[in-house]
Every structure is written in structure tokens, then in C-alpha cells.
Ligand binder design. Structure first.
Ligand SMILES: [Zn+2]
Length: 247
């Protein structure tokens, strides 16, 4: 079982200028073919820039290299795009699900509340990062509701794959954001997505809470007390991707 870690959206802050980040996508070999956890931008995003992407390019430096699209990276790893039979979304912001149209035959697994937030009128600033055309191809959806299940310390929903995978609801950054936990040969890989920015020791707590919601202290504590769990987040420093191509 292999998990490849891909950076599918480089985004560098203007201030502070040393904050260079990539966006975390996980490509997991499972009993049902490849599962992609989040997609990054899709090919069409590089041609037709959404409003939110234009805004992002004003606030930050976004190199917009189409070679970062998951579909290209998957081919470079020796797979075929149609090997990606399932996609799990942590949330539906443009930088996490823009690549859905590149995998039109994949089944899309998402927490129902996140899908409903995507379709609803914007209620919070972060909702402006939903881009309708990312689902215009009418994907094959699988929606998830709370089941009362648990993954370690968290309420969680079991996904139908081996190795064991769980959706971990962590609403805040969006109304239906979930982390994704994946069983590995020596423990767990937990992508807390945009519920935390553990790698960034410089961002003040108020900014994290404003942008990412209330979960960072709990996730930090969880990471400190569970050495068997490797915790990553939705956006990591660029050099981290170089060092961690395989989980
Ligand atoms: Zn987001």
C-alpha cells in the first residue's frame, strides 16, 4: 500500500515573504483502485481563472504551473487518470476540488453538510471560495452523514476502503470540513485539511481561529499525544513536500 503526497497548488504569501506553501493531496492505493484525497486545481482552472483565484493572486504569489494539476502528477507517477476511481474531499473550496472535472468517472465522497454549504448562498466570507463550475459535470456523489462512529479521539465516519479510512468532521473553516485519516503500515496519516496549520509556528492564534476555525489547539494536543499518528494539514511548507513524497 502506497500513499503519495502531492502538492497541487503552490501559494506563496507576499507578507511574510518566506511563507511558501503547497496544498496537500494524497494519492492512496486501496482495494478499490486509487483514491485521491482532495484534487487541487484542475486543468480548466489554469485557463479560466475563477474570481476567487484572481483575488488569491492579488493577495498572494500563485505561480499557476499546470504541471501541479493532480492529473499530470498521477501520470508522472506511472498511473492512468482513470485509475482514480474514487475521490474524497475534505471540503469544496476551489483549491481542494477544482480538479474534479479532470476525473469525470470517479465517485466523489463528501460529507453531506459540506455539499449543502457549497450549494447554499454564501453565509460566511470563506463561502466565496466555492466555485460552481467545479461540479458542473454532474459527478457521481456519495454523501456521508454522522454515524456515531469514532476514530481515536474524534467523532468520525468510516469510508468504504481498505486500508481503513475515516472522515473526521471539523466544521469551522467551512460548515462541513472534514479531516481524513488513513491507516498506514506503522500507524496513521491524518490530514486535518484547513482545520489547522500546525506547521506554521508564526501565525498568531487569533488569525488561525479566524481563518481555520476553532480546532487547532485540539489537533495540536492530539498530535502531541499520539506519536503513532502523522498529522498533516491542507497547506504545508513547500520544502516539506520535497521531503515527504511518500508517506
Ligand atoms: Zn479551504
Amino acid at each position: 500500500m502506497t500513499i503519495s503526497i502531492l502538492n497541487c497548488f503552490t501559494c506563496n504569501a507576499r507578507i511574510p515573504s518566506h511563507w511558501h506553501t503547497g496544498m496537500t493531496c494524497l494519492l492512496v492505493e486501496t482495494d478499490q483502485g486509487l483514491v485521491l484525497v482532495d484534487t487541487g486545481l484542475g486543468m480548466d482552472d489554469y485557463i479560466h481563472h475563477s474570481g476567487i483565484l484572481k483575488v488569491s493572486r492579488v493577495i498572494t504569489h500563485v505561480p499557476l504551473d499546470p504541471q501541479e494539476a493532480a492529473i499530470h502528477q498521477i501520470v508522472r507517477l506511472g498511473y492512468k487518470p482513470e485509475d482514480v476511481r474514487n475521490i474524497v474531499l475534505t471540503h469544496m473550496h476551489f483549491d481542494h476540488c477544482g480538479g474534479l472535472p479532470d476525473f469525470p468517472r470517479a465517485k466523489i465522497h463528501v460529507y453531506r453538510r459540506e455539499y449543502e454549504a457549497f450549494l447554499d448562498r454564501p453565509r460566511q466570507f470563506a463561502d466565496l471560495a466555492y466555485v460552481r463550475r467545479h461540479i458542473a459535470h454532474a459527478p457521481d456523489w456519495e454523501f456521508y452523514d454522522d454515524t456515531g462512529g469514532k476514530w481515536l479521539d474524534f467523532e468520525a465516519i468510516r469510508l468504504p476502503f481498505e486500508p481503513e479510512m475515516w472522515l473526521v468532521p471539523l466544521a469551522g473553516h467551512t460548515r462541513g470540513l472534514c479531516g481524513v485519516a488513513i491507516k498506514t503500515s506503522n500507524g496513521w496519516l491524518f490530514n486535518a485539511s484547513d482545520a489547522a496549520a500546525l506547521f506554521n509556528q508564526e501565525a498568531p492564534d487569533w488569525l488561525i481561529k479566524l481563518a481555520l476555525g476553532p480546532h487547532q489547539p485540539r489537533i495540536r494536543q492530539f498530535a502531541a499525544t499520539h506519536p503513532e499518528v502523522s498529522v498533516v494539514t491542507g497547506h504545508m511548507w513547500l520544502d516539506w513536500f520535497e521531503k515527504n513524497k511518500n508517506a
